[in-house]
Design a protein around this ligand. Sequence first.
Ligand code: FES
Length: 151
Amino acid sequence: MASVEPSLADHDHGAQEPTVAGVLIRARVRESDRHMSEELVGTVEELGPGSVRGVGGWAVLNVGGARYAVSRHCRHLRADLAGGEIDESGCLVCPWHQSRYDPTTGRMVVGPQAGFQRVPGLDTAFILLTKLWPLGRAQVIERDGKVYVRS
Ligand code: FES
């Protein structure tokens, strides 16, 4: 009788014929992979520490060797965050009004500056907004010397 429970052998490539459940699990994993897309960001050298690059709908940044991808448009007035820079605390700074985003959460930690900092409550409102509606985030992977965003 065929086993219906997945076993470690199911995940050990070629070690043993997969069980019925093992085949189903693999099929589901392959199906979920099909819905993921990868976009080439550049080479590892091009995306070195301190760099920010845009690809598709993503701003991809390297903060001290850790790479992040966040959705590309600022929650304030939709500036292209791929044109931003990384500050000393590792936040992504919007190029238009210097809002700062934590790339690990997608949340704004400092609201719009320039003339906007004189608008009472605006900073707090945007910080609260991005608690509920942070920048989108995607996985950044490295393969064969190249960096990809997987979403
Ligand atoms: S558009 Fe980003 S802070 Fe204004």
